[in-house]
Every structure is written in C-alpha cells, then in structure tokens.
Design a protein around this ligand. Structure first.
Ligand code: HEC
Ligand SMILES: [Cu+2]
Length: 482
C-alpha cells in the first residue's frame, strides 16, 4: 500500500514538473511574438498604389512608419466584355481597386475622396483594420467630399477591403473591393514576379454577352446566379495581350482576392502546382497545393517556380465559370521548354484494344480509299450522321455553338466566306483568335481524323443547313488540301 502511494506521488511530481516546463516555454514564446499595436513608427511617407495586375514594390526591411493612403472613388463606365458596357463603382478607377502595401506596425492615414461627379455616398471597410466596421463607420463620404481616418495594422496578412454602404451587396457587386497587404516584419521572401488578381461575380440585366450598356440586376444577385464571373473586373483582363508574363526559372507570386459578392473561388493554375500557399491570406503556409479555396471577402497568397515555357491558364476550377462566364486568365511563360519536366506529345497513334500494339496514325487515310459517287442528297445524309457523332458535341445540334467557347456553324460568315479554310480547319484543326459573326473566339479545335469523303460530306451537310450558302464540297477538293 505504502509502496503504491509513493509511486503515484512520483508520477504526480513528474507530471507537475513537465507541466511547469511547458508553461515556461509557452510564456517565453508569448514574449517573443511582438505586440504590433505598441511598435513605434518612424517618419511618414505616401503609399504607392497600383491598379491590377500590378502590385507596389516590396517593403522588406523598412521600419514601421506613418503611411498616407490617398484613394479616390470613381463611378465610371467600363467594358465588361466585347461590346458589353457596365457602370463600375471603383476605388481608384480600377476593379479591383488600388493595391495597398503596408507592413505590420504601420499607422495608415487614409484619405478617402468621393469624386464630385459621382452620384452616391460610399465608405470603406478594410479587413486589415481592428475596429468597428473596419473603418466603415468613420469613412462614409458624400460626392465632392473627403474623409480622413487612421488605423494601425497589427496583423500581418493579405486582406480584402470593400465598400460597406447600403445596399452593401450592390456596392460590392459593382466592383467596390480591393486588397491591402500587411507584410510581416522583414517582408515576404523575395520572388521574381508579383501580380494582383481578384475574382468577382457580376449580375447584368442581359445574359452573358448581351451587347450595350448593362445595368445591375438585383434579382439575379439575390439568387446568386451571375452572368459574369471574372478576374480583375472584366472578361479578358488577363488574356488577349493582357497575359501575365514570366520567364522560365523565375518565381511568381500571386496575391489573389475574391470580392464576391456571392461566390467562393476554387483558384487554380492549369499545369502548375503552388509551391507555397498562405492559406486564406494568413500565416499558415501550405505546400504543394493544386487548388486553393478563396472565400468571398477572403484571399490567398500563392507562389510557384515556373519550370517550363508555355501558356498556363488561370481559372476558377468551378469550370463553367472559366469557359462560359469569363473567369479565365493566362500566365505566359517564355523561354526554353523543359522536356525533362514535360515531354509534350511523344507519340500519337491509334489504339487497338485487340491488336495490343499502338500503331502509327496513317498519314493519308484516303490513299487506298474507294470514294463512292454520291448524289447531293446522299452526301447530306451521311454528312448529317458524321456531324451528329463528331462535331455536335462542341458546335451543338443546330450548329448554334456556345458563346465564348465554340463558334456557330449556323449562318457562320467565317464558314461561308472561305470553303478552303473550312476544309483546312477540319484537316488540321484550328487555334488562335478568330471572329465569327462579330464575336471573338480563342479556343482550340482538334484536327478531325476523317477521310476525304467524310469531310466532304459533313461540310456539304453543314453548308446546306441552317442558312449557310449551299457550297458543295467534293472529296477531290479535300484531297488537294490535305
Ligand atoms: C472539341 C470541340 C470541337 C469539335 C469536336 C469540333 N470543333 Fe470545330 N471548332 C471548335 C473550336 C473551339 C473552334 C474555334 C477555334 C478557334 O477559336 O480558333 C472551331 C472552329 C470551327 C470552324 C470555323 C469557325 C466557324 O464557326 O465557322 C469550323 C468550320 C468548324 N469548327 C467545323 C467543325 C466540324 C465540321 C467538326 C466536326 C467534323 C468540328 N468542327 C468539330 C471546336 C470543335
Ligand atoms: Cu460604395
């Protein structure tokens, strides 16, 4: 009995010692993490502000200072997509608004100006602010006025800011959001390229692509059924000559935000893996991430090294948003392809399950083909079958296509002006920007492995349908272009 007691006493003493040691360690750690609300600032300076996709220069080692931010709110007409106009409400004239770069401990003196031509009052709620409304309560500013308030940034991270004037959803839906970065002590690890991307969903009276000035649709916003989901305020902000760029071997950091107002983003770069992700824009760094979730009103900092050349497509991996609502950008990496990392197609062949070997694709599938003599009606009939099994998946059953993805074949000016070009499109495939009936497409059509006869028939069918010009294509015409 006595012996047992002394054993339990020893255990007690042992546990108490461990506990005390742990307590001391945790206290020490607590002491080490600085309370940035107490850090003193040195001097003052004007903040550099940038519009997307650019970000201000890194802060790195500079001491905490009084940082003056001067931002002007502008309500202005802009372009949502080709031929589609929208009246954006902006912080600093861009969607998303100007990027603000601070370091932890900075005292930010914020000058919010509402341009006299604007029609509405606005304010700003910065998620980097510790205080009621994140600044919104002290920043409501009428057109032609300026409000000044100040705050100390005490938590490092990447934060969203947005307008919080009623109806809040509408101000955000019209583009009133942006990012403010609070660098940690000593800054972020240096990289070669830094960019600013922010996703947003837009609700317009007309459907996706409907021309003219589109007004905001409150009902669609409440139902959370956007017509547009885009990066940096518009379709094509990061494509068609606006691509982000980097060179092989460089490291790229993306400051990514999501303004919402409704949707969350499954942010992904096709063909890249994020080496580091500051999860939700905070301190936690996750490694080797394929897709990072960015909540509405949240952010993420991702970086990766680009190892090989090519176009890397930036998407919201809720993928219809990317290909049908605009959430698509491109990172263009220039330099040498790295075949060790990515080989490209090594061999393309026909797969024969029974034969067991992969054979080379025949160069000309018509070499020994006996081409039957068909009447026009027969051609159209067989052509229709080919269309129904091969082309319709993309171009749709009535040749109407899908806006922004697959061009129409019905009443297609592209098709009707040049039949040789149409034949070549099927023989060789087609990529790059084309304009069909006034609408731009920039996608890839794979080459179709069809015989001369089949191509002649399917094209003859298409030309004789849906208001096209009734050109008759012969196998001979295809053969000369093969
Ligand atoms: C996998 C999807 C896909 C399939 C299958 C496909 N196409 Fe296409 N097609 C496209 C895309 C995408 C373009 C536009 C390429 C670009 O943007 O450069 C295109 C363009 C065209 C064009 C020129 C543009 C126009 O509208 O006149 C023709 C003609 C055409 N396709 C015919 C066909 C025919 C005929 C077939 C079937 C034999 C077919 N396509 C199968 C995706 C496809
Ligand atoms: Cu506003």
């Amino acid at each position: 009995m006595k012996k047992e007691k002394s054993v339990s006493m020893k255990v007690m003493i042992f546990l108490t010692t461990i506990f005390t040691i742990l307590l001391v360690i945790s206290c020490k750690k607590g002491e080490e993490s600085t309370d940035y609300s107490k850090i003193a600032t040195e001097g003052e300076m004007q903040a550099e502000l940038t519009s997307p996709p650019m970000v201000p220069k890194p802060i790195g080692g500079r001491a905490a200072t009084k940082l003056k931010v001067s931002m002007e709110i502008k309500e202005q007409e802009g372009t949502m997509a080709d031929g589609v106009k929208y009246t954006y409400w902006t912080f600093g004239g861009s969607v998303p608004g100007s990027f603000i770069r601070t370091r932890v401990g900075d005292e930010v003196e914020f000058h919010l100006k509402n341009h006299p031509d604007n029609k509405l009052p606005h304010n700003i709620d910065l998620h980097a602010v510790t205080g009621p409304g994140g600044g919104a309560t002290s920043s409501l500013v009428a057109p032609g006025h300026e409000k000044v308030f100040s705050f100390k940034v005490i938590n490092p991270g990447l934060y969203v800011y947005h307008c919080a004037t009623a109806p809040v959803g509408m101000h955000i839906a019209n583009g009133m959001y942006g990012l403010i970065l609070v660098e940690p002590e000593g800054g972020l690890p240096p990289v070669d390229k830094e960019y600013y991307i922010m996703q947003g969903d837009f609700y317009t009276q007309g459907e996706y692509g409907a021309k003219g000035l589109q007004s905001f649709d409150m009902n669609k916003a409440i139902k959370e059924t956007p017509d547009y989901v885009v990066f940096n305020g518009k379709v094509g902000s990061l494509t068609n000559g606006n691509e982000l760029t980097a060179k092989v071997g460089e490291t790229v950091r993306l400051f990514v935000g999501n303004g919402g107002p409704n949707l969350v983003s499954s942010f992904h770069v096709i063909g890249e893996i994020f080496d580091n992700v500051h999860v939700e824009g905070g301190n936690l760094v996750n490694k080797n991430v394929q897709t990072t979730l960015i909540p509405a009103g949240g952010s993420s900092i991702v970086d990766f090294k680009v190892e090989t050349a090519g176009n890397f497509i930036i998407v919201d991996h809720s993928i219809f948003r990317a290909f049908n609502k605009g959430a698509l950008g491109i990172l263009k990496v220039e330099g040498e392809e790295n075949k060790k990392i990515y080989s490209g197609t090594i061999q393309e062949g026909i797969y024969l399950p029974e034969g067991g070997t992969i054979q080379k694709m025949p160069v000309s599938s018509t070499a020994k083909e006996v081409v039957p003599n068909r009447t026009l009606a027969e051609k159209i009939k067989t052509g229709k079958d080919i269309f129904g099994t091969t082309c319709f998946a993309c171009h749709q059953s009535e040749g109407q296509g899908i806006p922004n993805a697959f061009p129409p074949l019905a009443k297609s000016d592209y098709l009707n002006t040049d039949s040789k070009r149409a034949i070549k499109t099927i023989l060789n495939g087609l990529s790059g920007e084309i304009t069909v009936n006034g609408k731009k497409f920039n996608n890839v059509m794979p080459s179709q492995n069809l015989s001369d006869d089949e191509i002649a028939n399917v094209l003859t069918y298409i030309y004789s349908s849906w208001g096209n010009n009734k050109t008759e294509i012969t196998p001979q015409m295809v053969k000369t272009l093969r």
